[in-house]
Write a protein that binds this ligand. Sequence first.
Ligand code: ZN
Length: 391
Amino acid sequence: MARLLIHNAQLLTPLGAWPIGWLLAEGRHIQQMGSGQPPEFAAKTVTQAIDAQGLTLAPGFIDLHVHGAVGFEVMDADPEGLRAMARFFARHGVTAFLPTTWTASGDAILKALKVVGDCQGATPDGASILGAHIEGPYLNVNKCGAQDPRLIRPADPAEALPILDTGLVRLLALAPEIEGNRWLIEACVKRGITVSAAHTSATYADMVAAVGRGLRQTTHTYNAMTPLGHREPGVVGAALALPELSCELIADNIHVHPAAMRALVLAKGVYGVILISDAIRGAGMPEGEYPIDDRVVHVRDGAVRLPDGTLAGSILTLDRALRNILAATGLPLSVAWPMSSLNAARAIGVSASKGSLEVGKDADLVLLDPDLAVRLTVAEGRVIYDAEGDA
Ligand SMILES: [Zn+2]
């Protein structure tokens, strides 16, 4: 079995940062970790030893909300596209992700899911696919954002149950104030699927009721939801005030002002915020025009917009999101790291094996330099990206 040793690294562990430490992966798991220099035996029996030269070893990033990259999108239902996305994400420190669908016909969603199922698990030289995230069509047309309003509809069991019963869905985003969507919260919870409030005009009271039914997350918090008012707290107020809710955040400085990002982290703490990319086809591509379902988006000055100016996803990568949140909050990486890994793992119920540097968990690792540039990415014990070997 392959044994990978990374030594001379600052290790970010759940019990604090170790200034100098080592980590030994055997097969897909973290077999041993320690502070200081590794014992002799560890160095002798390894297949590969990497001197981290004092750089920081963090848990690999997990992106729960990502539609596409490098010219591909999940809705293309193209296995080569998913694999290309997985390789691109690896370059940005991501070791696992949820391919995310959007508002479309039931058939189109099932077709995309079939391909996610075919590609689920480890991918060659890429981030692992943990299942799927369904964002739409069960949203509120008044907060559609870039989701196609013509196709937004209440959840019909005849359509939604076959989607859930693929067994691939880990996360489902819906508008909880729509009467016809309420049953779906319980149906998801029963199947172990996390439910998030998205593209929603819910009131604070609607959100309290939805949390009572088992809703546990807010989708791209602040975006496409009722804003905070001091007499009507809305969805944003619920996100800030209710401890049951974990909050997705697109930290690209375009979707949300850095001060609002900071306010969110202050309210939720570093365990309550989940950095996501919400990236689309144009991520990792030159700026220009890209198709989105049967429409077109423009990527310009780092923003993705429909012709009417509506933001339509992002070209963000999680390494940049992490850099932005550190700048917005002033927090050190040694404190803020759960926002790019552990919180996502917990949100979809995979934290027993993913999301932190602990013995027995998957060896999902990212080695970062002081500017948070990704130097090495390891998924389930395999090096999936090495900046050194990358011309
Ligand atoms: Zn959205």
